[in-house]
Design a binder for this molecule. Sequence first.
Ligand code: XUL
Length: 531
Amino acid sequence: MARLALGLDASTQSLTALLFDLDRSAVVLRDSLPFDALPGHGASRGVLPNPDPAIVHAPPLLWAEALDHLLGRLRAQGAPLEDVVAVSGSGQQHGSVCLAPDFGRRLAALDPARPLAAQLQGCLSRATAPIWMDTSTRAECVEIAQALGGGDAAVARLTGSAPFERFTGPQIRAFWKRDPQGYTRTGRIHLVSSFLASLLGGAEAPLDPGDGAGMNLMDIRTLAWAPAALEATAPDLLSRLPALAAPGAVLGRVSPFWARRHGLSPAALNVVWSGDNPCSLVGLGLLSPGETALSLGTSDTRFSPLADPGDSLSPEGHVFGHPAGGWMSLLCFRNGSLARERVMRHLGLDWAGFSAALEACPLGNGGGLMLPWFEAEIVPRVPCAGAWTRGIREEDPASLVRGVVEGQMLALRLHGDRLGGPPSRILVTGGASVNRSMLQVMADIHQCDVVPADIQDGAALGAALVAAHAWRSRREPRSWADLVAPLAPPADAAFRPRHGTAPVAAAMLEAYRAFETETLAGLAGRPGSAS
Ligand code: XUL
């Protein structure tokens, strides 16, 4: 009989399941259910329409139905769910599900003969869940920073992040202000991760420090709720929050509901879930500080394990718990592919032409620099759009393409090193990671190896590995490193920094730092667009 770990990933638009074979260290089955396949909840691509673009909510019962449907579909396909020894999951971060006080009792009484979502009608004290795309809580962020004293930096020092609109604390404060009666009716506020783990376990599940840190409510050092942050957010909040568990904690067995309904082994361990970013870190096998991931997507994201949350917490970045223990840093640069595509389209190029232009100009761009803030930027915080250039030859495609790519890499290094420390090696994922010339620029500027990591469904894989590790640790001591080693991408695919590029990169970084500092000082307090 195989021994399988089931990893689930509830992302914005779909629910994905992976079965990981513990003996073969390999993924043996994958299935993904787009939420659009379940049309009964009024959502499109996982979110509910709203006339106000700042308000982005999702219907929580859609997630419940998706879990029921996907496990049923796996069973119908003949997936050996009876061989599953442990289950864990990954959830889109920050989204909050408000539940009536009897939620836990109702979970324990679910009837396996009936669909799950129908039985949860009436459990919600708020019909919809604000998710990470919601930006409607600026006022609450300011109020929380004021109430805690010391501004954004103080909130970041306490909770690992400055108050952000999408974080759960500001969202809870907005709920309490806008609908005090709804707040009073709420017995428990789960995140997407702990809501789904509760459904799997048939009992209220705790949060792990990876997802708990995405709320502006947890003390990032002690990994316990921070009373001052709770106080600054909403009244009587502690009793409404789930417990916080250790990373990878075993919560018990999956509920008999799942065994009877879909044939999941009743002996399978129910392991605490985490957020999708912490799970992706595990899926990429990143365990030690220095090992860094760059995901090149619409936005570019940099994340790496951290030994210590440190004192130099950045009001632009985030520190979360690491599902394998310790901490992780995360920085999200809004102008990723967004900016690259803007330059590509402006020059009438395709990606091959973009790469050729990049290679036509040597490292350093003859002293030219670009601050690639085509849209308002998150890191550093730039409220107005504008691609600021110095010494870029506007009529020369090579100079412009190199300007945007080098500007992005220098920003990744400058701000990434500040929060996450210098990388020893970079694993690069996401659509743009196929652009080889860009990876060479990345290696030259960061002065470390850059390895393309073709890992599918990193968050679901990370969740499966968390489940696998929890199950193994109960039997034989097995290190995290042993578990992830067989999945490492081949090192011979690495891009290495080219000989002689270290001093060039160091000079570029200094010039970029100075240009950025000057430009930000000039922009301070200046609203509107700079482009
Ligand atoms: C992280 C964040 C997103 C969501 C996406 O802070 O908001 O990455 O986790 O699912």
